[in-house]
Design a protein around this ligand. Structure first.
Ligand code: HEC
Length: 95
């Protein structure tokens, strides 16, 4: 069962990887984030405006983040290194 789920998951990620926004959607980022508007977490455009480096954002996405934007922490996200990098690069490119 686990293997089957993993297979479906990897297939879905393969499609999502072509489009970072779809990947963010699939990973549930938009439950707490929006590109333009602050929700539970900061708007991705506001993150981009701060000009943080990719390594920092990758680490925030993978390991979670706290104390950078407000009182609510972001829990660690279930993404691979590659996905985290893709998401971080996409977020930082939003202007
Ligand atoms: C449960 C809600 C929640 C989810 C789901 C979530 N985030 Fe966040 N995110 C937050 C909060 C809250 C913060 C602000 C944390 C802080 O103040 O340090 C944040 C901060 C961030 C930051 C800024 C980190 C920094 O160092 O400045 C990035 C980038 C980010 N999130 C990306 C993502 C991505 C990509 C996903 C999906 C894989 C995601 N988030 C999913 C709540 C969430």
């Amino acid at each position: 069962m686990k293997k089957l789920l993993l297979g479906l998951f990897v297939g879905a990620v393969g499609i999502a990887m072509a489009d970072p926004k779809a990947l963010a959607q699939q990973k549930g980022c938009f439950a707490c984030h929006d590109v333009n508007v602050k929700k539970v977490g900061p708007a991705f455009k506001d993150v981009a405006a701060k000009g943080k480096n990719i390594e920092h954002l990758v680490s925030s996405i993978k390991k979670g983040s706290s104390g950078q934007w407000g009182p609510i922490p972001m829990p660690p996200q279930n993404v691979s290194d590659e996905e985290a990098k893709k998401l971080a690069e996409w977020i930082n490119s939003l202007k």
